[in-house]
Design a protein around this ligand. Structure first.
Ligand code: BGC
Length: 812
């Protein structure tokens, strides 16, 4: 093959043999990628390495036009991690963090299959998922969209999900490579992280995804050790394409390309447009400052994946294969999808507290229920940002609990909080109410920027809500930005905060900026508020409802989103106050949490039950009802530590660790991320990593450990000591090696786990294989994995903090 072919823009290069066209699609030998490449002009090649506008868009995130002349079809690239995000409805799956909490690889594969099939059915070719970034700080806005603080859980989950997605013919894109662990300053922050930490923590998940065959990798916005994620030769050319022999292509996150030269550092495709890898790359190639071979290599990587996924079945250097059609796309199977969505919501739920067996609800407690909290009626389906899916249906806890409780039962609903409010009236807002919706919406591409005077007559907490659609939104009060983010949907997104205002005048700044290159609908904006009086009235009504009911179930939530981190681990909108007030009025309170990550629970000792459902997708309402009534038994475990409070986190009082100082952030905790840090520091937690209760109980006994050629075999007996069937996630942790000096070692690290289903009273010998890799550490001097030899502790049990079995094993 001729690397120089196609140098002359616009002129087809030597037409290679069209022998491939003699073969029907899918039969040997298949199209030669090199022959196709040789047949392309420079301009045709360039169309592969940057995104373009889709003339037949379904509202997906990205598009590559293909080369019709050669029978190469376009590529449509869609988000994302919790289902297919196009304008058409699609199955809204539970958040990835819920999937990971099930600790179930079969389920991860099925989750991937659903999204893979939906994506194909909806005309997509590439999925911008899974996200496998480490949950490093509990504040990070996208924790719901990824899996865990632990690299092994992340790696095992991502590998199966990738296999599931790709089994349906959709190309998976593992993202965001690498160290994209927060939203605060995500476009600029420079993560300083040492080699050992990087390899053992963040990169483990990416490595597993690559080994599982992921066709694409998305590089990140942030910098890593000084280089932009999408311009990092050490990460892209070095680790990914070099060490791991990644055969797919690297695309940039949307707007994460910073130079044309990035193509030489390992970037293959700029998204969503062509600022650097479009005309600028063309000019650089013609000027000889970037070699044609760099472009060819990038295009070849994309074509190789397209071929592997059957997308080149009709392509030929001589033109499209006559009479050929690509393999038909599957059809959307809503019922099958819903079954998996429901299974994940159920199996990923984590029972955090159950005093006096308050759950499952039964007897009188199951027939007289006050449901409190807006998610009971307006369910939290997913988090915000690019993973938002338009669901095909919605199940609500209110409907499902009402149905399940039966005809003789009383089930009431009161919101308890008001997060919607009313338009800020002319009496309080200079210039009058703001409502640019309906006919008043602004044409696409315009912006709405204004500063108004807000006059309040009572001192107190006001919820101010900027609702926006199709733009980037920011709300400031008295000069301080209180809410901001992307309003990508054509539905209104809320940017709101509770602010304490003294009686008098205040300034409110509103900025909704259109992004015409990216968003096509009209720009909308509305400003509403909830006064302290209105908030109190909502609370009083909920307390009155709770007082007379036998059981009060409070639904509390947070709003994890791309584009913004949380600033506190407390539930927003004074929901702690609501739960306290309800608990003071009713002794039998159960809290259902719809949060994307860890939250604090100052009311914990005053409620009887807590069930963490995360963002449970479109089947979440049904799953919640089934769990509360015991039709299914919760069996998930936390994949992240829940800190006691904001004063007990790895980053408390340490801005250099998070959110960074002058755009520089130090990962100087090293490999002590998550529970490893809590263990090393002897810090208390609210709930430790791996924690989760069941409606039954389990006993552990008879631990034996054997060294094999590849890793360890850990055997023990697990017994269901309760009186109903249930799942237990049995966990194996490994202690440090006495022989390793000069490398950091966690006090305890998860080395293996297995989800086991046991009937009541059943005992089973469980065998867990520990991979050799889990016995190793990254030797930064030799730049390789090395065995941590000597006598090492092995613990087995139900969570990182409950490990009843312990022995030692000697490794040579
Ligand atoms: C996100 C990606 C997403 C992309 C396309 C970016 O802002 O970080 O995760 O895939 O947008 O929507």
């Amino acid at each position: 093959m001729t690397l120089g072919a196609g140098l002359v823009a616009g002129a087809p290069a030597t037409t290679a043999s069209s022998a491939a066209s003699a073969h029907p699609p899918g039969t040997k030998p298949g199209i030669s990628v090199d022959a196709l490449l040789a047949a392309m002009t420079l301009d045709e090649k360039l169309t592969f390495v940057h995104g373009d506008r889709d003339p037949q868009s379904l509202g997906q995130a990205g598009y590559i036009p293909g080369v019709a002349r050669l029978g190469i079809p376009p590529l449509r690239l869609t988000d994302g991690p919790a289902g297919v995000r196009v304008t058409h409805p699609s199955t809204a799956m539970p958040a990835p963090v819920a999937l990971a909490s099930a600790f179930d690889e079969t389920l991860a594969r099925r989750y991937g299959e659903v999204i893979g099939r939906d994506g194909r059915a909806l005309g997509q070719d590439v999925l911008l998922s899974p996200m496998v970034n480490t949950i490093r700080v509990p504040y990070a806005g996208r924790n719901f969209e990824t899996f865990s603080e632990d690299p092994l859980v992340s790696a095992r989950t991502v590998a199966q999900e990738v296999r599931g997605i790709q089994s349906q013919g959709l190309i998976a894109t593992v993202k965001h490579y690498a160290e994209n662990n927060q939203e605060a300053d995500r476009m600029a922050v420079d993560v300083r992280v040492d080699e050992q930490t990087m390899r053992e923590i963040e990169l483990a998940g990416f490595e597993a995804a690559v080994k599982a065959g992921a066709g694409a990798v998305m590089c990140s916005y942030n910098k890593v050790n000084g280089d932009p994620g999408c311009g990092s030769a050490p990460l892209l050319n070095g680790v990914l394409k070099g060490d791991w022999r990644f055969g797919g292509w690297v695309m940039s996150d949307w707007g994460a390309t910073h130079s044309t030269d990035a193509i030489r550092k390992g970037l293959d495709q700029e998204m969503p447009g062509g600022t650097y890898l479009g005309p600028a790359l063309r000019a650089a190639i013609l000027a000889g400052t970037i070699p044609q071979s760099a472009l060819d290599a990038a295009v070849r990587r994309i074509l190789v994946q397209m071929k592997a996924f059957g997308l080149l079945a009709c392509a030929s250097p001589g033109g499209p294969v006559t009479g050929c059609r690509l393999a038909p796309r599957p059809s959307f199977d809503g019922a099958a999808d819903d079954r998996v969505a429901q299974a994940v919501a159920e199996d990923g739920s984590v029972l955090l507290r159950n005093t006096g067996n308050a759950l499952p609800l039964r007897g009188a407690a199951a027939r007289d229920i006050a449901l409190i909290g807006t998610p009971a009626k307006y369910p939290v389906i997913g988090g915000g940002g690019s993973s938002q899916v338009t669901p095909t249906r919605v199940t609500t806890p209110l409907d499902e609990i009402t149905k399940r409780a039966g005809r003789d039962a009383t089930v009431t609903y009161t919101p308890g909080i008001d997060t919607i409010g009313v338009l800020v009236p002319a009496s309080a807002l200079s210039g009058g109410p703001i409502d640019l919706t309906g006919d008043a919406a602004l044409p696409n591409g315009q912006s709405f920027v204004t500063t108004r005077t807000l006059t309040v007559d009572t001192t107190g907490d006001y919820l101010i809500d900027l609702q926006a659609a199709q733009g980037i939104a920011a709300l400031t009060v008295d000069g301080t930005q209180v809410a901001s983010g992307f309003a990508l949907s054509s539905e209104l997104t809320h940017f709101r905060a509770i602010v304490h205002l003294t009686a008098g005048t205040h300034s409110v700044g509103i900025n909704v900026t259109g992004i015409p290159s990216f968003l096509t609908g009209p720009l909308q904006a509305r400003l509403t508020w909830v006064t302290p009086q209105a908030a109190q009235a909502a609370l009083d009504a909920a307390v009155a409802g709770a007082r007379t009911a036998r059981t009060a179930v409070v639904f509390a939530y947070d709003e994890g989103t791309e584009g913004a981190d949380r600033t506190s681990l407390a539930l927003p909108y004074h929901q702690d106050r609501l739960i306290e007030a309800v608990a003071a009025a009713n002794p039998n309170v159960v809290v259902v949490l719809n949060t994307g990550s860890a939250v604090t629970m100052p009311w914990l000792s005053r409620v009887r039950g807590v069930l963490e459902m995360y963002y449970p997708g479109q089947m979440g309402g049904l799953a919640t009802a089934r769990l509360l009534f015991g039709d299914v038994n919760p069996g998930g475990k936390l994949t992240q530590t829940f800190p006691l409070d904001d004063a007990h986190t790895m980053v408390t009082g340490n801005p250099a660790r998070y959110p960074g100082v002058n755009h520089v952030e130090q990962y100087d905790e090293g490999v002590d991320v998550g529970y490893r840090w809590y263990e090393a520091q002897g810090q208390q937690t609210l709930f430790g990593f791996g924690y989760g209760l069941s409606y039954t109980t389990f006993g552990y006994s008879k631990l034996r450990v054997a060294r094999g050629h590849h890793g360890l075999t850990v055997r023990f007996t697990l017994t269901n000591t309760g009186n109903r069937a249930g799942d237990e996630v049995a966990q194996v942790y490994l202690g440090p090696s006495p022989d390793v000096h000069g490398a950091q070692q966690p006090v305890k690290a998860l080395a293996g786990y297995e989800k086991v289903h046991l009937a009541p009273g059943e005992s089973r010998t469980v065998e867990i294989s520990i991979d050799e890799r889990q016995l190793q550490y990254w030797d930064s001097t030799a730049h390789r994995w090395a065995l941590g030899t000597g006598s090492r502790a092995v613990w087995v049990g139900a969570s990182s903090r409950t490990l009843p079995l312990r022995t030692n094993v000697t490794l040579h």
